[in-house]
Design a protein around this ligand. Sequence first.
Ligand code: ZN
Length: 442
Amino acid sequence: MFSIRIRALVFTAFFAVLSASGQTVKSFSFLHSNDLHAHLMPDDDGLGGFAYLKTVLNEQRRGCTTCLYLNAGDFVQGTPVSTLFKGDPVYQIANHMGIDVSTIGNHEFDYGWKAVQGFDKTAKFPMVSANIVNDRGELLAPQAYVIRTVAGVRIAVIGAIMGDLVGNLATEEAVGPWHVIPVVDAVKKVVAEVKGKADMIVVLGHIQIAEADAILHQVPEVNIVVAGHDHKGFPEPHVFEHRWAVEGKSYGVELNRLDFDFDTVRHEVVSATWKHFPVDSRKITPDPEIQAEVNSWEAKVSKIVDMPIGEAKRRLQGPDLRLLIERAMAEATGADIGYINTGNVRGFLPQGQLLARHVWNVLPFDNYIMVGTFKGSELPAKITNEFKVEPDKLYKVATTDFTVANQAAPSQLGTTGMKFPVKGPLQRDAMIEWVRNRKVIE
Ligand SMILES: [Zn+2]
């Protein structure tokens, strides 16, 4: 079905070029990634890794004079180097990736808002974000947008973050004096400002899928949305009239490329094709400069994380892995119920020997376990859907401090006022201990 759509659009482009007297239609390419989450090295399937991604980028950029590389946020948080050094090494390494523009994601706030401004300083590429502001209306980011002139066409790239950022941060201090303007409102405001200065308008957003769609439908001046945050990536581009939105898979397992023809008179995308290039470390030579940097950072954490802790008889991921982590949290704290949201689990445990690193990759957050006691009747549906409880019995429930702080969010507990007064160990430490004690996970 997708190939039919591509063909139809290419056909349209053919007529546009023919009917134009001068060269009004020009070709461009956006290489793009999102949610790299500090996955500096390939995963246990051999996919991803910054040095390998760079090789794929180099191949795609070779001979391309109209390519821009855009990165849609959440560079940090996901591996030990990021957790132990609070994200900055990831930006240092990213400085060698040839990024044209990047934006701020929600996980950039995991080490506090001051660290976000630190990343903006470390980055030698422009960081854009139009909608994180304080009460005086000042931006957290160095700028809302940048304009890049490519083949004589002025391309404005506007940054944006999801409107519900603040409700999804670990602590009050993570956000400090900042709040978020709804995405569409913020984009409209910047569009009014850049309209006369740009020929093409692009939103680089770490946003919800519905927000990407809302931009396509409500802000006709925006030609293309390059999005991040939903780790699955779009199965195919979202297209509305002549506007396109794309979003790639997380962790750098693919490099994405949107090739498009742009009518510079009508300010419209006339055709586009979207491709994905696997970053497969078993088939690619890593970029030596980036690999050396990655190795030097990994060497700093290796002593802490590369120790064997047990063995898995099978690959553990998704709901299975979530249940194991919940059990480990309950056992570590003597609770009856362990509960975490699906977003807490960030990867998989491979079959075979398990290193502490594998648990770090699954649980990169410095989350503590918190314990509270509740009657069965007081537990929210999020918990009772998973665990059978009797209304009058008391239950000790273990969850993370993140879930406690954001308990009202539908993704967490969907309720308010639950008190978890007892602080347990770091969730990650509890899981590592649990694997050590088991030795073998069936
Ligand atoms: Zn995100």
